[in-house]
Write a protein that binds this ligand. Sequence first.
Ligand SMILES: Cc1cc2nc3c(=O)[nH]c(=O)nc-3n(C[C@H](O)[C@H](O)[C@H](O)COP(=O)(O)O)c2cc1C
Length: 182
Amino acid sequence: MANQQLKIGIILGSTRQGRVSPQVGQWVKQIAEGRGDAAYEVVDITEYKLPFFGEGTGQEPGLAAWKGKIESLDGFVFIVQEYNHSITGALKNALDSARDPWFNKAAGIVSYGSTGGARAAEHLRGILGELLVADVRTHPTLSLFTDFENFSVFKPSSLHLTNINGMLDQVVAWSGALKTLR
Ligand SMILES: Cc1cc2nc3c(=O)[nH]c(=O)nc-3n(C[C@H](O)[C@H](O)[C@H](O)COP(=O)(O)O)c2cc1C
């Protein structure tokens, strides 16, 4: 029952114009909401207009709003796209732009790229460890070649459903367990 109160943010890792991440995020949200086990929302980094870490005044309203949003969530699903074998600069900046609000929470990763975004996802796991975010094992990987038409229209293969649900099972379980630590 406690899990029904859990809030899980589906964080879009890319911010470029023409990005495909909103399509992937909405797809994950639709599957997640069908489960009825937590409150799921898409979190879009672009809406916060985050300054590059350390270059702003620290008083930007978006920065406070970003920290507040991360604080309000119990767990995360990162929508990760591979940029030069790693995560986007925008996602790294967003991760750096909050610290304590990440601590003792759980996360899953859904990635895409020419090799399923696997290299970017592994980089993200290293960063999450430093932020005390427990990343779950099950990791759906989407292919730019077979899950997208013309690399731009998302047409996911149904075979990913099992992995998405397996990942969410773990994120919800760990988010609930870690809530007791905070
Ligand atoms: C600057 C840049 C670097 C990229 N590097 C890689 C890469 O190393 N490996 C890969 O699989 N795809 C790479 N891609 C392809 C992206 O994964 C692909 O364009 C994807 O759609 C980006 O996600 P987005 O549309 O949500 O921004 C790169 C794309 C860009 C723009």
